[in-house]
Design a protein around this ligand. Structure first.
Ligand code: SF4
Ligand code: SF4
Length: 309
């Protein structure tokens, strides 16, 4: 496999996706079922394999179902086990999720809770690309927590990793950021996009909730200035039965989210019998963001190690 490069967005992506879907179309329905079915099957089994509706339904339908699952979990009162699943074959690299994340969780120009990596394959007219959205993995046994004194970073019973913004500053903030294998901890520099313009925009300094605390990034009142921050799975939304912003915004239907303990949920349906990879298991962590392996023609295997050490 050729060495992929990251962050180049001005070319080839549509070509890559088109080639992939053209390749799918040319395989015929039986083989396609084998490629995208509930489990990875051998070609001779492909005719019998079924394509789960959860992989072909529109993003809006998927979001509605996940929303219903979420409401069911919250109403049940039981402790959920949150899980995010990304199907990179459906990600079109639009970055709508990134924008939605920024809108929901004000961060300013110095940082971001998520990004969409572009992995280029091949070269010249034959080049194509895969898009891979990444955010905090909400690791079980998280390296960031091991890098700072006890009590600064913890896991909620539902699996979400939370930061104490008041304590995670200075060297502790840097230690947490450096320990994160996906480099998605940012240190809030207090800046806003519009602070040097004639009119600083209210949406940049509005109040918002992060890790259960009401915050503002208004200059002089930003208690998170200098603190380590990261994706929270939009826990403030989950607590009121609303999906994370990236999930409800994903136009490609590539983002799945739900309670892994909910037997009838979409998140359980799409992970049953599927090959997945979580990445970074050699570091002793178990992420709660998992990716389907990418059985794409011309790319025999792709995993996080192509862009992260
Ligand atoms: S992905 Fe990084 S910030 Fe998130 S829990 Fe794991 S080590 Fe911590
Ligand atoms: S919104 Fe969905 S399709 Fe667009 S970049 Fe994000 S994950 Fe991919």
């Amino acid at each position: 496999m050729s060495e992929p490069t990251e962050g180049v967005r001005d070319r080839k992506e549509s070509t890559g996706r088109r080639r992939f879907f053209h390749a799918l179309a040319s395989l015929g329905s039986g083989a396609v079922a084998g490629l995208v079915g509930a489990k990875i099957v051998q070609p001779e089994q492909a005719e019998a394999a079924e394509v789960p509706a959860s992989l072909t339904e529109s993003s809006g339908t998927l979001v509605l179902r996940m929303q219903q699952d979420l409401e069911q979990t919250i109403a049940s009162g039981r402790t959920p086990s949150w899980l995010m699943v990304v199907d990179t074959r459906k990600c079109i690299g639009c970055d709508s999720c990134t924008v939605a994340c920024r809108a929901e969780n004000p961060t300013g120009p110095g940082g971001n809770f998520r990004r969409v990596i572009q992995l280029e394959q091949g070269a010249g007219p034959a080049a194509w690309a895969i898009f891979k959205p990444v955010n905090c993995l909400h690791c079980d046994n998280p390296p960031c927590a091991r890098a700072v004194p006890a009590g600064m970073i913890w896991k909620r019973p539902d699996g979400i990793v939370e930061f104490d913004h008041a304590k995670l500053k200075g060297p502790y903030a840097r230690a947490a950021a450096e320990a994160c294998p996906v480099r998605l901890v940012q240190i809030d520099d207090g800046k806003t996009f519009t602070e040097t313009t004639p009119a600083q925009q209210p949406y940049e300094i509005r109040s918002f909730v992060e890790n259960g605390q009401v915050q503002t990034r208004k200059k002089g009142s930003n208690a998170m200035n200098g603190a380590a921050r990261k994706c929270t799975f939009c826990s403030h939304l989950l607590d009121i039965s609303v999906l994370p912003a990236c999930v409800s915004t994903c136009v490609g239907g590539a983002m799945y989210f739900g309670d892994a303990n909910n037997a009838g949920s979409l998140i359980r349906e799409i992970t049953q019998g599927r090959r997945t990879f979580r990445g970074h298991q050699n570091l002793g962590l178990t992420p709660r963001v998992i990716y389907f392996e990418e059985p794409v023609p011309e790319a025999t295997h792709i995993d996080c190690s192509v862009c992260h050490y």
